[in-house]
Ligand binder design. Structure first.
Ligand code: ACO
Length: 398
């Protein structure tokens, strides 16, 4: 809708586009989505190929640099990343200020924001080398902080990173090792975690990435910008959907209850929505959901786990995809529909699902933040359509 604001005391025209359904906020070379045909490319590479052939760190390199790394470039990149896995001792103490039963996303948001206090003096966001170092620090420290959030919540001591492990393996080590027992990383779980991270690495201008760009457009500290992204990711309409989806599947419990939930999702007087279903851009199957569903089967088979929730999820998908309500609105499973079942099989508690999404999306956030600085930016400043009072006289009622 184009609004003539000249009658509102301003000059010129602007568009009224709630939720930015048809407004591009920037140009970007990082990620391409064709929502009608279910295509997702990172720097031109299809997500299916990356999930099959690449490691998460390789995808990080590609997102940051635009090209796939050669052997030497990758070794250096991996060394650089691993150099920063530890966090300042003061950060350890910071945790004591949080309640043990806090949601880990609340703690992650707070601690990531606090990193700005450690990396601010001397940080010049206009300097490309400083920006690169910031990306490395964030990428390295996020799994460490995330695992600390978990350990703190269960009252266990923090586990230091082990740099000889892979990125995903190191995260699992920090989550599950204890001083009492040696933890050997299961290669099936390590591979599954790596794939989950690849599938969540970037998704162009979603709510959290747009938040990071908006916060960064004023020249703000990048650690604070990423904390803003984490806050945006937490909501159930975005990254919080993976936790909400598993809760929904557990509530449905058996296939017999599915019709009741489908009916609720279609009822406009009920706020319930099928979690892990629908997407602003995909009007076809989310290609990440296809890979996630395959991975879910693989992981459960390899671990010899039978989970009734997988049957519930598959039947729910089958029924929804044959229902006119979902067909007309082009609602398909998204990346979060199957991820919870895999993470549950890996003994990850549901409250950590969105935290793992945040670890994975950090590379997307920081790649966009860097691109915005490289391209030169204008401060993000949307307009509004004022619907309040016209001018009136104030008289105190006291
Ligand atoms: N269940 C039932 N109905 C739905 C669902 C759903 N999951 N998603 C959308 N609809 C319906 C809406 O009620 C609306 O119906 P109407 O035309 O009769 O009013 C229509 O489909 C269009 O929905 P909008 O909300 O306008 O679509 P929008 O693009 O704004 O929202 C969103 C996209 C937020 C993802 C939505 O589909 C949703 O809430 N899904 C469930 C939460 C979820 O899975 N989020 C994760 C997204 S992926 C990610 O962030 C990683």
């Amino acid at each position: 809708q184009v609004i003539d604001v000249s009658k509102l005391g301003n000059s010129g025209y602007f568009t009224f586009d709630p939720g930015f359904t048809s407004t591009a906020s920037c140009e970007s070379k990082i990620t391409y989505i064709d929502g009608d045909n279910g295509i997702l490319l990172h720097r031109g590479f299809p997500i299916e190929q990356l999930a099959k052939e690449a490691s998460f760190l390789e995808v990080c390199y590609i997102l940051l640099n635009g090209e796939a790394p050669g052997k030497e470039e990758f070794s250096k990149f991996e060394r650089d990343i691993k150099h920063h896995t530890m966090v300042h001792e003061q950060i350890h103490r910071l945790f004591n200020g949080f309640r043990r039963d806090s949601h880990p996303m609340a703690v992650l948001c707070g601690v990531t924001g606090a990193l700005a206090a450690f990396y601010h003096q001397g940080l010049d966001v206009e300097n490309p080398e400083h920006r690169r170092l910031t990306a490395y620090r964030l990428l390295s420290k996020m799994p460490t902080v995330a695992a600390m959030c978990y350990k703190y919540s269960i009252g266990h001591p923090f586990v230091q990173p082990k740099n000889k492990l892979s990125y995903a393996g190191n995260f699992l080590h920090m989550m599950f090792a204890t001083p009492a027992e040696e933890y050997v990383v299961n290669p099936i779980l390590e591979k599954a975690m790596d794939k989950i991270m690849i599938l969540h690495a970037d998704h162009e201008q979603n709510a959290s990435t747009s938040t990071v760009r908006t916060a960064g457009s004023s020249g703000a500290n990048p650690f604070a910008c990423i904390a803003a992204g984490i806050a945006s990711l937490w909501g159930p309409a975005h990254g919080g959907a993976n936790e909400a989806c598993l809760k929904m599947l557990e509530e449905i419990k058996t296939v017999e209850h599915i019709p009741e939930y489908i009916a609720r999702a279609k009822d406009k007087n009920d706020s319930f929505r099928l979690m892990g279903f629908g997407h602003r851009v995909y009007k076809n199957y989310d290609p990440r959901a296809t890979v996630m569903r395959e991975t879910c089967h693989e992981v459960l088979n390899e671990l010899g786990i039978h989970d009734d929730l997988l049957e519930v999820a598959m039947e729910l998908e089958r029924i929804a995809l044959n229902d006119p309500y979902f067909i007309e609105r082009k609602l398909y499973p998204n990346v979060d529909f199957y991820s919870g079942i895999i993470l549950k099989a890996m003994n990850i508690p549901a409250s950590m699902f969105t935290v793992i999404f945040a670890i994975s999306r950090t590379i997307g956030w920081i790649s966009h933040w860097i691109e915005m600085h490289e391209e030169g930016m204008k401060i993000a400043r949307p307009r509004q359509l004022y619907t309040g009072y016209v001018q009136r006289d104030f008289k105190s009622k006291l």
